[in-house]
Design a protein. Structure first.
Ligand code: APR
Length: 320
């Protein structure tokens, strides 16, 4: 069986890490694309030269032309500009919106059957714009945010409780930003919900609130430390989990920015919710009942995403 072709649109920090992980996991052949000349070619060659040492078989190419996307099974989009200290994800909006229009046109022309994962920020608005610009079915275009936000939450919780990250599950809803909604009662250690762990004396409510807060600001914490860019190892690993679930039809339940058409009371918007990802793309939106403070927080987050989408509509009315 021929290997699947995975196209990475954007070959910067996340793109390079994605390319390496795809090789290490033998998920397919890799095409790295970027507007910067030489960068995708150089990274592709460098990673290919590591394959004999690590013992993986994958073909790597670098390209500056969209033709290279031809027949890709998966496209992962990181093209655009990352955050600098003091910049919010929203500041990136107008720059990256233009990039999504170009990338969407390229995917439409050369890879219309692909499963597309958008990582470019501000995520929920960019994935919305990318779907519009590419015209691909909604279930084939998703945004990576929830897996990353959940992973950050899981890591902080595992560290707090001194248990394996494998035994911590987390549930994060809403937009990828300061308004995201980590759902404490659906987050567990080996099936024990966090509120029960507070009652059991494993941690205090105040500590838990701090961890939730740190999760919400997880991206900014790294931007402030790095000073020259934003996180890339964990974002890349998260997108790979989504790509793998699609390519291997694993049907994993992964929090993703997915198109909502009435679910959670939201229409024509991409917002972070749990979805089943399999060979058909987004095969199901998992709709849980939200009440009280969780509903309020979710609605606030949806409002923030709506604000960004409205800003996109103003800048690029042709996208509609
Ligand atoms: N077409 C293709 N590639 C582009 C374009 C474009 N129009 N504009 C910029 N790029 C490329 C840049 O040349 C660069 O190599 O996108 C790449 C982005 O890489 P980095 O600057 O290293 O950014 P990275 O850390 O990978 O993050 C990418 O993901 O998490 C988000 O906020 C982050 O929006 C950012 C994106």
């Amino acid at each position: 069986m021929a290997r699947d072709k995975i196209a990475l649109i954007g070959s910067g920090q996340i793109g390079g890490t994605l390319a390496h992980l795809i090789g290490l996991k033998e998920l397919g052949d890799v095409v790295m694309f970027d507007i910067a000349e030489g960068v995708p070619q150089g990274k592709a060659l460098d990673i290919a030269q590591s394959s004999p040492v690590d013992g993986f078989d994958a073909h790597y190419t670098g390209a500056n032309s969209y033709e290279a996307l031809d027949n890709a099974k998966v496209c992962i989009v990181t093209a655009g500009v990352p955050r600098k200290p003091g910049m919010s994800r929203d500041d990136l909006l107008s720059i990256n919106l233009k990039v999504m229009e170009q990338v969407g046109a390229g995917i439409k022309k050369y890879a219309p059957d692909a499963f597309v994962i958008c990582i470019t920020n501000p995520l929920d608005a960019m994935v919305w714009a990318l779907q519009k610009a590419s015209g691909l079915p909604h279930k084939k275009v998703v945004g990576m945010a929830g897996v990353l936000d959940s992973s950050r939450f899981r890591y902080f919780l595992a560290d707090e409780f001194n248990v394996s990250v494998e035994d911590v599950t987390a549930f994060v809803l809403g937009g990828h930003g300061d308004t995201m909604v980590p759902l404490v009662k659906y987050s567990t250690v080996a099936g024990i919900p966090l509120p029960d762990l507070v009652k059991m004396g494993w941690t205090s409510q105040a500590r838990l609130d701090e961890i939730v807060d740190r999760t919400r600001n997880g991206g900014a914490e790294i931007v402030n430390l790095l000073k020259t860019g934003s996180a890339f190892y964990a974002p890349a690993a998260s997108a790979i989990a989504m790509a793998e679930s699609y390519l291997r039809d694993k049907k994993r339940v992964l929090a993703s920015a997915a198109y909502l058409n009435g679910e959670y009371g939201v229409k024509d918007m991409y917002v972070g919710v749990p979805v089943v990802i399999g060979a058909k793309g987004v095969e199901r939106v998992v709709e849980i009942e939200l009440t009280g403070k969780d509903r309020e927080a979710f609605d606030k987050s949806v409002g923030a995403v709506q604000g960004l989408v409205d800003a996109c509509k103003k800048i690029a009315p042709d996208l509609l």
